[in-house]
Write a protein that binds this ligand. Structure first.
Ligand code: PMT
Length: 222
């Protein structure tokens, strides 16, 4: 690989959690820190790509000189992805998108009343699945998967179902992997098979992922 192996490529990366509002003071979210997605943005930029980073609310400083778009909800993320996906050569969905949102967003703070209360949820759009259905053949799509059991089976099924060129899976319960830490342990799944990466910094994992996607893109344009 040359130092700038992604020169001339447009790379879209989503990062961080989504926040699904319940009322003006409360929301549903998850533990994603954005570190994995921001590492991908940094390493893609370093490799010469033109990078667009769509980020949920995180406390990280985004890399310099990438297009930055900030969102809260999965619906906002879908809208931004739909606006810019067509120009992209590679799309990496590292964001931890909430699967469900509150059916109603109350205008006022919900008052404390009965001992029990119920919150009705509705499925969010599946952005990765949408991309899998709409992407052109030359566009490389990489999904991510956070699993707590049967990592390989579940992730391989997601890869196929969502028409991904690659799916990077991490195990939530393995120390040093997944949310928040500066390291990750990933299994990279393609239609051809899978490869387990050792414990590495998120920057190093990001580089490995990007290099493999580049290789896949070279094959698909030949
Ligand atoms: O941010 P960090 O603290 O560094 O943690 C990194 C990470 C654990 C968040 C990251 O490595 C990761 O695994 N991201 C994906 C987490 C996730 O949402 O996994 P999932 O198995 O629920 O979703 C599978 C894929 O579908 C993901 O690419 C996700 O972006 C996408 N998805 C999910 C739901 C939805 N409604 N729309 C989606 O597009």
């Amino acid at each position: 690989y040359s130092d700038h192996y992604l020169k001339g490529k447009k790379v879209l990366i989503t990062a961080g959690p989504t926040e699904e509002a319940i009322d003006p003071v409360r929301f549903i979210t998850n533990h994603s820190s954005g570190k994995m997605g921001y590492a991908l943005a940094k390493m893609a930029k370093r490799a010469g790509a033109e990078v667009t980073l769509i980020s949920g609310p995180v406390s990280l400083t985004p890399p310099f000189d990438v297009h930055k778009i900030f969102i809260h909800s999965a619906k906002e993320l879908l809208k931004e992805v739909q606006t810019c996906y067509q120009d992209q050569d590679m799309i990496l969905m590292a964001a931890a998108v909430a699967d469900y949102a509150s059916v109603k967003i109350a205008d006022q703070k919900i008052k404390k009343r009965d001992q029990k209360m119920q919150l009705e949820l509705i499925k969010n759009p599946d952005i990765l699945a949408w991309l899998g259905e709409h992407k052109e053949n030359h566009q490389i799509l990489c999904g991510f998967a956070m699993e707590t059991e049967h990592l390989l089976e579940n992730a391989a099924a997601k890869c196929e179902k969502k028409h991904c060129d690659m799916l990077a899976a991490n195990h939530l319960l393995t120390p040093g992997a997944g949310f928040q830490s500066d390291t990750n342990i990933m299994t990279l799944i393609t239609p051809e098979g899978y490869e387990e990466l050792p414990l590495m910094s998120k920057d190093a994992v990001a580089e490995e992922i990007l290099k493999r996607l580049y290789r896949i893109s070279q094959k698909s344009t030949r």
